[in-house]
Design a protein around this ligand. Structure first.
Ligand code: PGA
Length: 249
């Protein structure tokens, strides 16, 4: 049985005051949540939020991680530093990083390895653009994104990682993939891992991301290979996010 997980990706939103209000509401609701909950605030707030979450069941994640362990990499933050301020998870290869900051499959794979080396559990994001879906190459694209990480990290690394399927056309657009579309790609992803190791493939948790909200979460999470969600916009509203977590539990 795979324990459901819901991660909130705050992206570049929030302030110390807004964060405190959101965290207070989430912590209050978290006693009743039986799914694993992770929040991924902007890097600069991690330390403070980590302290606010100290006695809660909510885990802390970063939105990105440097592929290098330390050194002359101005502006970057290493996995060990993220771990040091209380993170246990790191998003890797989010489509905004891939598209806006030119992160290619090879760099994403290095970030995945660096996250694990620094003691973090990577949440590897994969997904196709609208143009790719319309051309019928969704599996080719997602397969390529996965294979790059499998080649560098090996299948065993997926025993300590999650994968988030986030169709780019569904992120922040209000256009959610149908539960069937999500399930089809999740099945494809699981099969690709199972082909290399049945135990690891069967156990790896697959999150769906892209306009998840309280109104559509339950039907998405009901699919057999959807083990939770990666939630952007809706993770900034406490009541909405709590209802999404409840739908996963
Ligand atoms: P969204 O973002 O829920 O706002 O679509 C999801 C994500 O980018 O992780």
């Amino acid at each position: 049985m795979r324990r459901p997980l819901v991660a909130g990706n705050w992206k570049m939103h929030g302030s110390r005051a807004e964060n405190a209000r959101l965290i207070e509401a989430l912590v209050e609701a978290s006693d009743t949540a039986t799914c694993e909950v992770v929040v991924c605030p902007p890097c600069v707030y991690l330390w403070e939020i980590g302290r606010q979450l100290k006695d809660s069941t909510i885990a802390l994640g970063s939105q990105d991680v440097c592929a290098e362990a330390q050194g002359a990499f101005t502006g970057e933050v290493s996995a060990a530093m993220l771990k040091d301020v209380g993170c246990s998870y790191a998003l890797v290869g989010h489509s905004e990083r891939r598209a806006l900051y030119r992160e290619d499959d090879a760099l994403v794979a290095r970030k995945f390895v660096a996250a694990q080396a620094g003691g973090l559990t990577p949440i590897l994001c994969v997904g196709e653009t609208l143009e790719e879906r319309e051309r019928g190459v969704t599996e080719e694209v997602v397969g390529r994104q996965l294979d790059a990480v499998l080649a560098l990290a090996g299948v065993a690394a997926f025993g300590r990682a999650l994968i988030a399927y986030e169709p780019v056309w569904a992120i922040g657009t209000g256009k959610t993939a149908t539960p069937e579309q999500a399930q089809d790609v999740h099945r494809f992803i699981r099969d690709r891992i199972v082909a290399r190791d049945a135990t690891i493939g069967g156990a790896v948790r697959l999150l769906y991301g892209g306009s998840v909200k309280a109104a559509n979460a339950a039907e998405l999470f009901a699919k057999p290979d959807v083990d939770g969600g990666l939630v952007g916009g809706a993770s900034l509203k406490a009541d909405e996010f709590v209802r999404i977590c409840a739908a996963a539990a």
